[in-house]
Design a protein around this ligand. Structure first.
Ligand code: DGL
Length: 256
């Protein structure tokens, strides 16, 4: 099946990689909205518009399912996309529910973009699931820009995290939820700020599982050969340097 995925940039590669694992033989069209990254610093109306443009582009390419590989776009636009487009739309969101079951000893910290942290969708999810009030939220918007530059463990990244996490008692947490797909690239660096047994989790596995269910229901799981096409805000990526960059990032996710 032709599957369209979009994110503001490279964050959604986290989901693409997981999709390769669970659904290895599909035709993937990955749209990075590099003209508008970071979404987390735009207004909700802007993010809705960018998301609609990305989805419309992917549908034009013939995609039969859309994966919103961006927590921020899911929180701002997933309902609208579902209303507007006649294909299954699957969106990633912070894995609060699994996190609550993962460990019951200490608190849970959800890190995400400012929009995700502010929007109703996450607040509703926490209100519904977090009956013992164990979940805290923190926005880390700076990590998105570092990630887009391919900068994952530089002294500047560490300085940024030192500053953002300095008032937090990180020893209070046993689960860290990565509520922004860009943050998976920083798993190793983030780990160092928490206790040695911190569990780090995110929504990619569940999201791809839902995609797989959708394909299975339609008997649309492919058996041919995998192919991947990349676009940056609607422009096909075909220069070798940029394609190598995407490949390197997919590899980098192995080590995180
Ligand atoms: N990767 C995105 C997310 O999961 C958005 C990052 C951004 O563009 O601010 O929220």
């Amino acid at each position: 099946m032709k599957i369209g995925m979009f994110d503001s940039g490279i964050g959604g590669l986290t989901l693409l990689k997981e999709a390769f694992r669970q659904l290895p033989l599909e035709e993937y069209h990955y749209y990075a909205d590099t003209d508008h990254v970071p979404y987390g610093s735009h207004t909700v109306d802007d993010i809705r518009k960018y998301s609609m443009d990305a989805a419309a582009f992917l549908l034009e390419k013939g995609c039969e399912a859309i994966v919103v590989a961006c927590n921020t776009a899911t929180s701002a636009a997933v309902s609208l996309l579902r209303e507007k487009y006649p294909v299954p739309v699957i969106g990633i969101e912070p894995a609060v529910k699994p996190a609550l079951k993962l460990r019951e000893d200490k608190r849970i910290l959800v890190v995400a973009t400012p929009v995700t942290v502010r929007e109703k969708k996450l607040h509703d999810l926490i209100e519904r699931e977090d009956v013992h009030h164990r979940v805290d939220m923190l926005a880390l918007p700076g990590l998105v820009n570092f990630a887009e530059r391919g900068e994952f463990d530089s002294p500047e990244v560490k300085e940024y995290l030192d500053e953002e996490l300095k008032t937090l008692d990180t020893g209070e947490y046993s689960v860290l939820v990565l509520g922004c797909t860009h943050f998976n690239h920083f798993k190793n660096v983030l780990k160092d700020y928490f206790d040695g047994d911190i569990c780090i989790t995110d929504g990619k596995e569940g999201t791809v599982r839902r995609l797989k269910d959708v394909l299975s229901e339609r008997k649309a799981v492919s058996e041919g050969k995998r192919s991947v096409y990349y676009y940056e805000s609607g422009r096909r990526v075909d220069n070798k340097e940029r394609l190598d960059f995407y490949d390197r990032l997919l590899e980098h996710l192995d080590g995180t």
